[in-house]
Design a protein around this ligand. Structure first.
Ligand SMILES: Cc1ncc(COP(=O)(O)O)c(C=O)c1O
Length: 401
């Protein structure tokens, strides 16, 4: 369709989320009857626990169906404050917390609140697909830190120091990480927190996978390991992944009051309060029984052990053992330069396409996360599907030469 009235510049270079696009393609093929194994999904396969659903049903029956305060109901913000005190031993006041429509909106509002045109935001590679786009939508410039797969994707502190300029406004950390599942060490978090205080930038910690960890330790954050950095840290989190509540759309930010006030102001002029019923459900999720989380994490751990072992048995694949989230990010670059029946594997994009066509297995190419050597598989699906998916993967890869 030709369209003569121009669109805004900011949207012209904006690409739709590649992970959501792969997932949509896999779901569409499945709906047409194709026998697809979808290892691309960014959401737990478990149902939302019943006690959380009951809280939402009660909210509807009680007529809790009107506008709420823009920043979210006090009871939910209090449940968030209690969680942050418990996990990070850090106290937040009510006006230091804002509830949003998903973790994504929290991050978006946060970047809109702190980034001006010309500012730089440092993003470690591989990154969650939306960070660079959100920084650019705020007029900022993403600055990438290279990836260190052999060091468990840890940050090179010398490289980080070398990328900090007078324009650096923030660094985004995501631990456990999407796509690698890597968790930053206490030493790394502490060193980064000290650097933020010394150089004067914000650390945005995307803690959305904080409870999905397999290392036996509790969640950690720069504020918990170096409390002096409190005014530099903006925590972004939500209930989507921990409580299998992706569709409910509840996330939050916690941080210094001026930042939270600014993010709330943006929300007041865009979406207003997040859904009132979902807020009641999120309150129950955070304040209610936590057995459901333990059960999900233990199922994810079992699948992680299986998928990592099986991937490393496949010729030409190298896969780290993630300590959290529900993704693996194996190095598949040994297949680049191979071909089979009209498919030429130049990089992760062609490999992911080949796997979808040949093996009917959906995964996300690493290029979407800024590193072309890898592909991302989600293990948020049952073990028999994972097993069958990897058998198909091995068969399809064996045809490439
Ligand atoms: C790293 C990361 N941050 C944030 C989000 C957004 O979560 P939500 O669904 O709550 O918006 C996701 C979802 O995929 C994610 O993977």
């Amino acid at each position: 369709m030709s369209w003569s009235i121009p669109l805004a510049q900011r949207v012209i270079s904006l690409k739709p989320s590649p992970t959501l696009a792969v997932d949509a393609k896999a779901k569409a093929l499945k709906a047409q009857g194709a026998d697809i194994i979808n290892l691309s999904a960014g959401e737990p396969d478990f149902d939302t626990p019943d006690h959380i659903k009951e809280a939402a049903i009660k909210a509807i029956k009680d007529g809790f169906t009107k506008y709420t305060p823009v920043a979210g109901i006090v009871e939910l913000r209090q449940a968030i404050i209690n969680k942050l005190k418990r996990d990070y031993n850090t106290k937040y006041a009510l006006d230091e917390v804002v509830v949003s429509t998903g973790g994504k909106q929290g991050l978006y509002n946060c970047l809109q609140a702190i980034v001006d045109p010309g500012h730089e935001v440092i993003i470690p590679v591989p990154y969650w697909v939306s960070y660079p786009a959100m920084v650019e939508l705020a007029g900022g410039q993403p600055v990438f830190l290279s990836s260190r797969p052999d060091e468990n994707f840890d940050i090179d502190l010398d490289e980080l120091a070398s990328k900090i300029t007078s324009k650096t406004r923030a660094l985004i950390l995501n631990s456990p990480s999407n796509p690698t599942g890597a968790v930053y060490s206490r030493q790394t978090l502490e060193a980064i927190a000290k650097l933020a205080v010394e150089k004067g930038f914000y650390i945005i910690t995307d803690d959305i996978y904080d409870e999905i960890r397999f290392d036996g330790n509790g969640p950690e954050n720069p504020v918990s390991v170096f409390p002096e950095a409190r005014d530099h840290v903006i925590i972004a989190n939500g209930v989507s992944k921990t409580y299998s509540m992706t569709g409910w759309r509840i996330g939050y930010l916690a941080g210094p009051q001026p930042v939270i006030k600014a993010a709330t102001k943006i929300q007041s002029q865009s979406t207003s309060n997040p859904n009132s019923i979902a807020q009641k459900a999120a309150q129950e999720a955070l304040a209610g029984p936590q057995d459901c989380v333990k059960e999900m994490v233990s199922a994810f751990k079992k699948r992680r052990d299986f998928i990592v072992k099986r991937l490393n048995e496949i010729k030409g694949i190298k896969c780290n053992t993630p300590q959290g989230a529900f993704y693996v990010f194996p190095d598949v670059s040994s297949y680049f330069g191979t071909s089979c029946e009209g498919f030429e594997i130049k990089g992760s994009l062609e490999l992911a396409d080949y796997l979808l066509e040949e093996a009917k297995v959906a995964c996300v190419p690493g290029i979407a996360f800024g590193d072309d050597r890898f592909i991302r598989f989600s293990y948020a699906t049952d073990e028999s599907q994972i097993g069958e998916g990897l058998n198909r993967l091995e068969a399809a890869l064996s045809k490439l030469s």
